[in-house]
Design a protein around this ligand. Structure first.
Ligand code: ATP
Length: 262
């Protein structure tokens, strides 16, 4: 075996030297999967206040499973998970709804890949349900980045296009004024111009409000141009933990991970 660190290893050690803040979201040795079949094998991951973190990786790597487990929608198999300062207990399947609702109330917003909208409710009703009762500005703040959504606030979600639904799903997350936002496939169904506007918006929300963002995104360059750091997942494990700038400057490790050579 060579004494030289691998390319992925070198990137991981470089990011370890970055100044660290207290994480809003921290997982250690997370194992996750379906009916005790493990597909995520002991990953470590942090998201700190004011940073955008990208979770990248090829199809089937375990990104959605990781996000759903952190959000409390899938029971965790093992490992530790601390969210907004609270250590999360290992709850079984019966407690998933209570766990997910509790985490949402504490400030964790999750935009799942399927958007989880109620097709019979209008956009305005979704936003009202997400916003705190006394937060009268929440709806305005949530739709501000989406002029197209403002025009159809009284349309039912079931009558919206895929892109309009995605705007609503992100706006609903923002209406809750979360401290951490996890978004699975932000760009799904959105026109490139909307994605180009939305990514810097996530960046601004982070900077201005100290929100932490964990972003799963298949458009790797777009994600890295916005993110501070990135984890690359391959076959249920983190193969690279690097700053976005490092990954943008050296795409070999990234393409190896995607092509199965990591
Ligand atoms: P993609 O980029 O394609 O969305 P991903 O990285 O999000 O992929 P996951 O959806 O987390 O990957 O899937 C990880 C593994 O878990 C895959 O092997 C997949 O087949 C498996 N898996 C996903 N959902 C289920 C499920 N409901 N039941 C059983 N296995 C599942």
């Amino acid at each position: 075996m060579s004494d030289q660190p691998s390319e992925a290893g070198a990137l991981t050690s470089a990011v370890a030297q970055l100044p660290r803040r207290e994480p809003l979201l921290s997982v250690r040795g997370l194992t996750a999967g379906y009916n005790d079949v493990e597909v995520v094998h002991g990953i470590d991951l942090d998201v700190c206040a004011g940073e955008v973190v990208a979770l990248l990786g090829p199809n089937g790597a375990g990104k959605t499973t990781t996000l759903s487990t952190i959000a409390g929608l899938l029971p965790r198999i093992g490992g530790d998970c601390t969210i907004l300062g609270e250590v999360q207990p290992l709850n079984g399947k019966r407690k998933v709804v209570a766990t997910a609702l509790g985490l949402r109330a504490r400030g964790l917003a999750y935009v799942p890949e399927d958007r989880a909208l109620f097709f019979g409710l209008t956009a305005r009703q979704h936003l009202k349900l997400a916003a705190a009762r006394r937060d009268t500005d929440a709806i305005e703040a949530a739709v501000a980045p989406f002029p197209a959504l403002r025009a159809i606030l009284d349309r039912k979600a079931g009558l919206m296009s895929g892109g309009e639904q995605q705007m609503l799903a992100v706006a609903r997350a923002l209406a809750a004024r979360p401290k951490v936002i996890m978004i699975d496939e932000l760009s799904l169904g959105l026109a490139p111009i909307v994605v180009e506007q939305l990514l810097p918006l996530m960046r601004n929300i982070c900077q201005d409000q100290g929100v932490g963002v964990l972003l799963v995104e298949q458009h790797v360059n777009a994600a890295l141009s916005t993110a501070d750091r990135a984890y690359v997942m391959v076959r249920g494990a983190i193969s690279i933990n690097a700053s976005a700038a490092e990954l943008l400057a050296d795409s070999t490790a990234l393409s190896n991970a995607y092509l199965g050579e990591a």
